[in-house]
Design a protein around this ligand. Sequence first.
Ligand SMILES: O=C(O)CCC(=O)C(=O)O
Length: 195
Amino acid sequence: MKLNLVDADIQYISNWLDQGTADDLYSCLKAELAWHQGDVLVFGKWHKTPRLQAFHGDPGLGYAYSGKALDPQPWTPALNQIRAKLAEIQLYPNVMLGNWYRDGNDKMGWHRDNEPELGRNPIVISLSFGASRDFHLRHVETKQRETINLGHGSLLIMGGTSQHFWEHQLPQRKRVHDGRINLTFRTIFAPEQSN
Ligand SMILES: O=C(O)CCC(=O)C(=O)O
């Protein structure tokens, strides 16, 4: 389903993975990925991220994220299974930044995925596993807001000028007691390339 949002190209498919595949991948991702609690720079001070994170991808593709340089861990079987499925729809990302929200207290604040190494119009491919969580979008100029409830096995693709005009966040939901893993596959370009 394509969302009807001005200045954005956003598609959401709620059951991109069937239930069984999503369940299996959720277990494998918990076990396989290099999860750790990262650090984030907020107004010049370092804090622990309110979630776990993992960064995997092609060797040598560093990524500056939240004020930190990340080096990718190798692809894992579960990630390769997902990449093969993405290739079927002509998507060939070269890195994956994952977030594990241990329960509804874990969150991510407003931001855009517009780091220069993601090119002019970044394509962010987001897969969700586990507890459904609200995902907020906010237009930077008009302040229009949208909410999408991202469910188990769903796929959200943000492309076009989405990262120029729309910020997003994953707010706290105190009543959610279960965990959720979100994978965002991205493409890092060499400085002379772009999309
Ligand atoms: O967990 C989510 O759905 C959002 C993740 C996100 O915003 C990001 O990785 O940039």
